[in-house]
Design a protein around this ligand. Structure first.
Ligand code: ZN
Length: 299
């Protein structure tokens, strides 16, 4: 057990030295703004914001929305200090992102849509907070989990209830390497190896893959294609501790954006918990008038 945790710690320490890793690390990432300023801005823009809107909220709120797919009862949101999300629109009849038979694996950072929806993805799997499982059960907000064997091999069981709740299961390699430094065959072992492990452990084969640090090349695409991957999924925003890091200068969510977060705990979140980080991320999405949809319905 100790050995395995040490292995993941060593891998993430190495990861800090690799290009692209800054965006996966809250300490190393440039803060979009100071937390204090961020908090002030968000509460100014949304008077009901962090106070959960219990008095200012929609009086009819309790009677609607709780039967919609992907939507929880308003009381469940209040329990976590949140306002209810608008239910996501019905999934499209035809998926906007598909891999043609025998064609190259698509590489995406967002989904083409005009709906005010975004997609939440959570990487690695190092932090295994039982409260997060409860939170996801309460809120029914769909997420896609990109899991790395090195981060979860001591406790695959933690993620089983999340998979059972219907959250997406996706591949993030066996050992979290920078794939650009590996041959096509070595990349294939990393990707196919984790496809096999996840399929054996959870009884469902992942269709989506994310390269560690977002680093990939044409060998990655070719390798992923032979492992049964339907799409390589990158991201547009990266959730830090209190705010999102945006790739675009206007620092705004756009329809179809894919958001990256990580399974992280207090030691990486300056004392905050995984559920606090998640609640903050959901507020940032709500503040901009977006709701969360299921990535697997679009890819
Ligand atoms: Zn990662």
């Amino acid at each position: 057990m100790k050995k395995k945790i040490a292995l993941w710690a060593a891998l993430t320490a190495v990861a800090l030295l690799v290009t692209g890793c800054a965006s996966e690390d809250p300490a190393a990432a440039p803060a979009p703004r100071t937390p204090a300023a961020g908090e002030a801005t968000s509460s100014a823009g949304d008077p009901a914001g962090d106070s959960a809107g219990d008095s200012a909220g929609d009086p009819a709120g309790d009677s609607v929305g709780d039967k919609a797919p992907g939507a929880a009862a308003p009381a469940a949101y209040r329990k976590w200090g949140l306002k209810p999300f608008a239910p996501p629109p019905a999934p499209p009849a035809t998926k906007p992102v598909v891999r043609r038979p025998g064609g190259p694996v698509p590489v995406i950072s967002d989904i083409p849509t005009t709906e005010k929806i975004v997609f939440i993805t959570i990487d690695d799997g190092a932090e295994k907070d039982p409260e997060f499982v409860t939170m996801m059960k309460d809120l029914k907000v769909p997420v896609t989990m990109f899991l790395t064997d090195a981060a979860i091999r001591a406790d695959y069981a933690y993620f089983a209830p999340l998979v059972a709740q219907g959250h997406g299961l996706a591949n993030h390699t066996l050992t979290h390497p920078n794939l650009r430094t590996l041959s096509r065959e070595a990349q294939r072992r990393e990707i196919c190896g984790q496809q096999t492990k996840l399929t054996q452990r959870y009884g469902t084969a992942p269709r989506l893959f994310r390269p560690p640090y977002g680093n990939w090349n044409e060998d990655t695409r070719a390798a992923a294609g032979t492992c049964g991957v339907d799409a390589i999924v990158l991201w547009r925003e990266s959730m830090q501790i209190k705010n999102m890091q945006y790739q675009r200068g206007d620092r705004k969510l756009r329809p179809g954006d894919i958001i990256l977060a990580h399974f992280r705990g207090p030691s990486e979140l300056k004392g905050r918990t995984m559920t606090e980080m998640t609640a903050t991320m959901l507020r940032r999405i709500q503040e901009q008038g977006f709701t969360v949809a299921r990535l697997e319905d679009y890819v």
